[in-house]
Ligand binder design. Structure first.
Ligand SMILES: [Zn+2]
Ligand SMILES: [Zn+2]
Length: 212
């Protein structure tokens, strides 16, 4: 099926932006709902999903993995955090279970939560192009990306290691950040994503400009 060429559904958060005629950074144009790199990101979320789910589960104090239970002892995370962790675990289960059922055409009954997470994440990873091509595919993809980002935040894995020294090329705010292990910088104010080579060219351009 030939799709019309449209901007990547990740919008300003597209990890592989391109430049328009005016030199502004815009989401990559693509025939699929998400550009190739963002499709890979979603596939990666599905690959990592069970591991992150297990880490969330391990972050809960032992013997208190159910809502409403009392926890004693100083090692327990504060209750609002615990609720967030549990909510996040439930959310993944619902996300992958509902979407796998839609793609598969039927539900699979009587499975433990972790089994659903393992089986349905893998099912969706294998059938990712079918999922994304559906009417609800874009929402599903964005929800999975959001899920990983929140899970990583709860686990303390989303560290901003580097605040970049140059202002944002789009909004001028001193808010460009680069996350652990990532090539791209993102502006925390306007959300623009720029690649490492674009950042270097931008720095070169402003320093040349200052020298004049
Ligand atoms: Zn993209
Ligand atoms: Zn900005």
């Amino acid at each position: 099926m030939i799709h019309r060429v449209k901007p990547c559904a990740r919008g300003l958060h597209c990890v592989d932006p391109e430049r328009d005629a005016q030199g502004n950074s815009v989401p990559r144009f693509t025939q699929t709902p998400f550009c190739t790199k963002d499709t890979q990101q979603i596939s990666q979320v599905l690959t990592e999903a069970h591991g992150l789910w297990q880490q969330l589960s391990a972050a809960l104090p032992k013997g208190s993995r159910r809502l409403g239970e009392h926890v004693s002892g100083s090692k327990a995370p504060p209750i609002p955090i615990r609720l967030e962790v549990l909510t996040q675990m439930e959310l993944l289960k619902t996300l992958v279970e509902d979407h796998a059922a839609l793609v598969r055409g039927h539900t699979l009954p009587n499975r433990r939560m972790e089994v659903v997470v393992v089986q349905d994440s893998e099912y969706l990873r294998v059938h990712l192009s079918s999922l994304l091509a559906k009417q609800y595919g874009v929402v599903a993809g964005l929800s999975l990306l959001d899920w990983r980002s929140t899970a990583r935040r709860l686990l303390g894995l989303n560290r901003y290691v580097e605040k970049r020294k140059a202002p944002c090329p789009q909004c001028d705010a001193m808010a460009l950040m680069r996350k652990d292990g990532e090539e791209n910088s993102i502006c925390k104010v306007c959300g623009i994503v720029i690649t490492q080579s674009e950042y270097q060219r931008w720095v070169l351009w402003i320093t040349n400009d200052l020298d004049k």
